[in-house]
Write a protein that binds this ligand. Structure first.
Ligand code: UT7
Length: 327
C-alpha cells in the first residue's frame, strides 16, 4: 500500500503588507529585508481570525480537490507553533469540530518550521493501522500574533497562512506517494529560537503574567544551524532513498531565508529552476511554509504525476528533516 497525496489547498490572508508598508511601523527598509532574506511581503490574518480558521479554509480546499468529505477523515494533524490556545486543547480538535470531521482523531505537532514534515510522517505512520485510510495534514500559522514588534531583527521575517494536504492509503503500482522521511532534532539549540512566555515553576504561584508571548531568535546561530540542516537532510535522504539529486524535479525548502537556500544550492550545484521559492510573497510562515510551497506547485501546474519532489524543513526545537514524495 502507498500513501498518496490526493489533494491540497491553501489559505492566504488578504491583508498583504509589503516591506515598504512595514517600514512605516518598524525601523527597517525594503532594501535591508530583501538583501538579507529575499522577503518582499507577508500576509497578516485579520483581527479575530485564528490559526484554526486559516487551517479550516485550507482544509476545505484540499478536501474538495481530493473529492473527500470531512466524515471520510480518520486523522487530522495540525502542525503549528501558533495554536489557538497556548498549551491545550489542540488546534486540530478545533479544526475537527469546525470541519465536522466526526470520525477523525485529531492532534497537533509542534516541531517548529519542520512541523509539516513531522506531521506528514506522523499521519502516514498512523495510516498504517487497519481500517484507517485518509488523513489531513495541515501547516497553519498566525505568527503576526507572537511577533515582537519591538525587535526589527525578527518581526520583519514572519507571515501568516495555512496549507493542507489530504493523504490516502491506496494501492499503487507506479511507485508514487510518500516514499522516505528523515527527521532529526537538536534540542541543545532550544533557546536559539523560542517563544518567550512567563513560566510558572513554583506551586501555588499567583502573580499575574507580565508580558505577552513573543518570538526570540538568535539569528546568526539559527542561520548556521539551518545551512547545515539542509545539507545534512539532502545527504541523508539521498543515501536512504538511493536517488540522485538529478532525479528530482523539485527541491522545496522551508522558506526562511533565500540566502540559506542559496548556500545549500551552491554546495550541491542545484540549478535555480529545480528549487521552488515563494518567500518573496509570503515571508517565513513556519509550519505553513513547506505545504504552502508544495501547494503553489500544484496550483501553478508545475508538478505532474510521477515527478519526484524533495521537501525539507528546519526550525524551532531545533528540528530538521525532509521527505521524498513521488507525485
Ligand atoms: O524559520 C526558522 C529558521 N529561521 C531562520 O532560518 C533564520 C536564520 N537567520 C537569518 O536568516 C538571519 O540571521 C537574519 C535575517 C535573521 C538576520 O540577518 P543577519 O545578516 O544575521 O543580520 P544581523 O542580525 O547580524 O544584523 C545586521 C545589522 C545590524 O546592524 P549593525 O549592528 O550591523 O549596525 C542590525 O541592527 O542589520 C541590522 N538589522 C536591521 N536593519 C534594518 C537587523 N534587522 C534589521 C531590519 N532592518 N529589519
Amino acid at each position: 500500500m502507498a500513501i498518496l497525496v490526493t489533494g491540497s489547498g491553501a489559505a492566504i490572508p488578504g491583508n498583504k503588507v509589503t516591506n515598504d508598508e512595514l517600514a512605516k511601523r518598524v525601523d527597517t527598509t525594503d532594501e535591508w529585508i530583501r538583501s538579507h532574506t529575499g522577503i518582499g511581503a507577508r500576509h497578516f490574518a485579520d483581527d479575530g481570525v485564528l490559526t484554526s480558521d486559516l487551517a479550516v479554509e485550507a482544509s476545505l480546499a484540499a478536501l474538495k480537490r481530493a473529492g473527500k468529505k470531512p466524515e471520510d477523515l480518520d486523522i487530522i494533524v495540525v502542525a503549528t507553533v501558533t495554536p489557538d490556545y497556548l498549551g491545550f486543547p489542540a488546534t486540530a480538535c478545533i479544526v475537527q469540530d469546525k470541519l465536522g470531521a466526526v470520525n477523525a482523531a485529531a492532534l497537533d505537532v509542534n516541531a517548529g518550521c519542520t512541523g509539516f514534515i513531522y506531521g506528514l510522517d506522523v499521519a502516514a505512520s498512523m495510516l498504517a493501522a487497519p481500517r484507517r485510510t485518509t488523513a489531513l495534514v495541515i501547516g497553519a500559522e498566525t505568527l503576526s500574533r507572537i511577533s515582537d514588534w519591538n525587535d526589527r531583527g525578527t518581526c520583519v521575517l514572519f507571515g501568516d497562512g495555512a496549507a493542507a494536504f489530504v493523504i490516502e492509503k491506496q494501492d499503487d503500482d507506479e511507485g508514487r506517494g510518500v516514499l522516505t522521511t528523515w527527521l532529526r532534532a537538536k534540542g541543545s539549540g532550544a533557546t536559539s529560537l523560542y517563544l518567550s512566555q512567563p513560566r510558572r515553576d513554583k506551586t501555588f504561584e499567583r502573580e499575574p503574567y507580565e508580558a505577552p508571548p513573543a518570538i526570540v531568535m538568535d539569528g546568526k546561530s539559527v542561520y548556521m544551524f539551518a545551512v547545515k540542516a539542509i545539507t545534512d537532510t539532502i545527504e541523508a535522504l539521498l543515501e536512504e532513498s538511493g536517488y540522485k539529486l538529478e532525479d528530482f524535479r523539485w527541491i522545496v525548502p522551508h522558506q526562511a531565508n533565500a540566502r540559506i537556500v542559496q548556500a545549500a544550492a551552491k554546495r550541491f550545484g542545484i540549478a535555480d529552476d529545480h528549487i521552488y521559492m515563494n518567500i518573496e510573497e509570503y515571508a517565513n510562515t513556519s509550519a505553513a511554509s513547506v505545504p504552502l510551497a508544495l501547494n503553489d506547485l500544484v496550483e501553478k501546474g508545475l508538478v505532474h504525476r510521477g515527478d519526484l519532489v524533495m521537501a525539507m524543513g528546519f526550525g524551532a526545537g531545533l528540528t530538521y528533516g525532509g521527505v521524498i514524495i513521488r507525485w
